[in-house]
Design a protein around this ligand. Structure first.
Ligand SMILES: Cc1ncc(COP(=O)(O)O)c(C=O)c1O
Length: 366
């Protein structure tokens, strides 16, 4: 018998591949619907579509795509720096913020350092650790589905290099408030990198929702990660960014791939950042639809977790897989949340989309 050589590490063996929201075309083909009849509320995308300024700029770049982009993304980084009043040396851009989350683990935990994150939270933190063989502690959220920052602080060891906090959190929509965040940042050892993943920050409206950038002076190793995929509506172009100390940015530049943000994505992101009108309309729609959908769900006797994001977590009080399948039969795609067996996560859509969802759910749960 030849010796059995393992092709991958035990850590990679443990990975369950990322499960994206089911694509519209797949559901349409399987169920015989026209794609335009499918309502996709599964990936927290912007129901108003992309920033018009962003797509106009993207279109103008298409003629030049025989050229590589500038690998340093100077115009996009300068626009982000101006927009947020930070130094350009503190800005790193990436192929979706997903790439940055992975780069943080690859760059700063290459020696097998330890990572802390909440559970359930954005699944990519776990995937990035497993892919690199990095040990981690997944700290359960509180019973109200909020990050338990005191417990996360207790999970920090001398080997801990990164703490990820999604704020608002995906898949729960909950947020950590100003007081809790400040207390945590004052307690955490100076050398630990605290990553505030603010993919949904533009949707938040709670008085105590903290703007992570305001806390940079409190903790020297704070990284604020944001994206163009959500309120700017550019998920398909893949562009995100981080604001972090220039020293950390410099190390990420050593590890990232050259040309990691495409020519088209750089131009679209730069233009979208100036599209205040699209951001305002998207935010207003989301706030209106949040109230509408929550009221509809409560009328069905369901419990909704308070959300600061563009989606809600709903306890459907029965196996979520069955509800997901039944909604699919009505042409409505939502998301199950594996660690929470009776919960579904529903992106807030346009009013007609939300009405379709509520009507379908009413039929499904009878
Ligand atoms: C909390 C959070 N962070 C990051 C991302 C990654 O987004 P993107 O890679 O599209 O920027 C998502 C996507 O859903 C998310 O929910």
């Amino acid at each position: 018998m030849p010796p059995v050589v393992s092709l991958v590490t035990p850590s990679i063996e443990r990975i369950q591949p990322y499960q994206p929201g089911t694509p519209i075309e797949q559901v349409a083909e399987r169920l015989g619907f026209a794609p335009s009849d499918i309502v996709k509320l599964a990936s927290n995308e912007n129901p108003l579509g992309p920033s018009p300024r962003g797509i106009a700029a993207a279109g103008r770049e298409l003629e030049r795509v025989h050229r590589y982009p500038d690998s340093e993304s100077p115009a996009l980084r300068a626009a982000i720096a101006r927009h947020l009043s930070v130094a350009i040396e503190d800005v790193v851009v990436s192929n979706g913020s997903n790439e940055l989350l992975e780069l943080l683990v690859r760059t700063f935990c290459a020696g097998g350092e330890h990572v802390v994150f909440g559970e359930p939270s954005f699944v990519v933190y776990r995937l990035a650790c497993l892919a690199q063989g990095v040990p981690f502690s997944a700290v359960p959220l509180t019973p109200g589905h909020v990050h338990d920052l005191p417990a996360m602080a207790r999970a920090i060891t001398p080997r801990t290099r990164i703490v990820f906090i999604a704020n608002p959190n995906n898949p729960t929509g909950t947020h950590v408030g100003t007081a809790a965040l400040e207390r945590f940042l004052r307690e955490v050892p100076r050398e630990v990198i605290v990553v505030l993943d603010e993919a949904y920050c533009e949707y938040a409206d709670a008085d105590d929702y903290p703007d992570g950038l305001a806390y940079r002076a409190i903790h020297p190793r704070l990284a604020v990660v944001r994206t163009f995929s959500k309120i700017y509506g550019l998920a398909g172009l893949r562009v995100g960014y981080a604001v972090l100390p220039a020293e950390l940015a410099g190390y990420i530049h050593r590890v990232r791939a050259p040309f990691n943000v495409s020519l088209v994505a750089q131009a679209a992101g730069t233009a979208a950042l100036g599209d205040a009108e699209h951001v305002r309309r998207s935010r207003e729609l989301n706030l209106e639809e949040k109230s509408f959908v929550i009221a509809g769900l409560e009328q069905l006797g369901l419990q909704v977790t308070p959300s600061q994001a563009n989606f809600v977590l709903v306890d459907v009080k029965r196996a979520a897989g069955g509800v997901y399948d039944a909604l699919l039969g009505h042409g409505v795609i939502v998301r199950t949340v594996p660690p929470l067996p009776t919960a579904i996560r529903v992106t807030l859509g346009t009013r007609p989309e939300n009405e379709r969802f509520l009507a379908a759910l009413r039929t499904v749960i009878g």
